[in-house]
Design a protein around this ligand. Structure first.
Ligand code: SAJ
Length: 411
């Protein structure tokens, strides 16, 4: 910990900000978390976690009880600020920086000079400079030399955040080398990974590149699955065989790419260089088109099954073994089918949720169902998410239905 930092403020207490604040505080650093949600702030001060993340509750409770962590709805005074607010995209696929700007305005009002400000939110190239400029334009009494600003993108995997936050290597991009070094010293309070220092733009682009690499690779797998289906080839066997080559590593096809990271971040690169980011744009479009292809297959199966058929949709989450429905291709498929096949009865099976999400609840032809009941009633079974419980299902249970397995788990 740098000697001049005794209080850290974490702005935004979501999936990244809250674990960061809890881990910092658990390592003895006086940490104040700030969030606009009064409800979440109150819950955190009681030691409660507002969302599911394995291992977070224990660390949070320890930090709150020991007094190193507290939460507030107002930006506090601090020696260092970590900004972990959302960066959604607009309808035209450009980054919405309004949450970063609001954080910058809150921080600007508290500065006395010499503070370290770290942007962790996934950001388009130039966002860290934008944050610094926003602060300095609100504070004409301060100059560039008075604040240390760096970008340190989060790279943790939801579900494994508490482990990866400590063990992952961290890319730290400073607007100046001094800012990068100060940020490194702060993260060294809890991070055991390697610190990779660079400039802010490269750090921003590195994070986007990691997620785009995965998106492009999954798009390749998804395109192969469409081609293989036409040619009567089992795409999962095909990929398994190709991956035996020592320099080939193809990811898995599925019903599309979901979540708030891989389905979003590549657009920031496309937006930054629209003339040149052709492969990255095409990959996004390929993955975004996959749910429609799956819908086409389900509609075909429904035609063969006849009017009033029952369809079991196994999984609504955006990936296996989590309850997160954000940008979920499976949920999108269920919503579209509910609209487009009003005569069909849809049984949504999602063991991680207790009620249908609002986007499905209004349809009379959709119900949340248990797995056994769905399998007994269904004429068509569509596997959308490779949850462990579905993987464990004996294939003999599917003998009476038409099966569309978008994840290749029942081969
Ligand atoms: N998916 C496939 N086929 C695959 C792998 C994934 O279709 O072979 C789909 C999943 O089903 C899901 C989507 O892709 O719908 C994304 O899932 P994921 O597990 O690949 O990634 P996320 O979104 O949970 O987390 C990613 C991670 N990035 C990388 O692995 C490069 C994580 O490390 C990042 O911190 C996170 O994005 C983020 O916050 O940016």
């Amino acid at each position: 910990m740098p000697r001049n930092i005794s209080r850290v403020a974490v702005i935004g207490l979501g999936y990244i900000g809250l674990p960061t604040a809890a881990i910092l505080a658990d390592h003895g650093v006086t940490t104040i978390g700030m969030d606009v949600s009064e409800r979440n702030v109150a819950a955190i001060n009681r030691g409660e976690v507002p969302f599911v993340e394995p291992g977070l509750r224990e660390v949070l409770q320890r930090a709150v009880i020991s007094g190193t962590l507290s939460a507030t709805t107002q930006t506090p005074e601090a020696d260092a600020y970590i900004v972990a607010v959302p960066t959604p995209f607009t309808e035209t696929h450009s980054a919405d920086l309004s949450y970063i700007e609001a954080a910058a305005d809150g921080i600007a009002a508290k500065l006395t000079g010499g503070e370290l400000i770290i942007l962790e939110s996934t950001s388009p190239p130039g966002a860290t400079e934008h944050l610094a400029q926003r602060i300095l334009s609100a504070r004409p009494d301060l100059s560039t030399a008075d604040i240390l600003v760096a970008h340190c993108p989060e790279r943790v995997l939801p579900g494994k955040i508490m482990e990866e936050m400590i063990t992952n290597d961290r890319i730290i991009g400073g607007l100046t080398p001094e800012a990068a070094e100060a940020a490194r010293d702060l993260y060294a309070a809890f991070c055991k990974g390697e610190f990779l220092l660079t400039d802010a733009r490269t750090a921003e682009m590195a994070k986007l590149t990691e997620n785009s690499f995965r998106d492009v690779n999954i798009a390749f797998a998804n395109e192969l699955s469409v081609i293989s289906h036409k040619l009567g080839i089992d795409v999962w066997e095909l990929i398994e065989l190709a991956n035996h080559h020592p320099r080939v590593n193809i990811l898995q096809p599925g019903p599309g790419v979901g979540g708030h990271c891989i389905a979003v971040d590549p657009w920031f690169i496309v937006d930054a260089a629209p003339q040149d980011a052709n492969l990255i744009r095409t990959a996004r479009q390929t993955n975004d088109a996959k749910p429609e292809w799956v819908l086409g297959r389900i509609e075909q199966a429904l035609e063969s099954a006849g009017t009033g058929a029952t369809v079991a949709l196994l999984g609504l989450a955006f990936k296996a073994n989590i309850d997160d429905l954000r940008e979920s291709p499976s949920l999108h498929i269920a919503e579209q089918l509910a609209q487009r096949a009003p005569d069909a009865q849809l049984l949504a099976v999602e063991p991680h949720i207790e009620a249908l999400p609002a986007s499905l609840a209004g349809f009379g032809n959709v119900e949340l169902s248990g797995l056994d009941e769905a399998l007994e009633r269904a004429d068509v079974v569509v596997l959308l998410v490779d949850h462990q419980v579905f993987k464990e299902l004996p294939v003999s249970r599917l003998a009476d239905a038409t099966v569309i397995d978008t994840r290749g788990i029942w081969r």
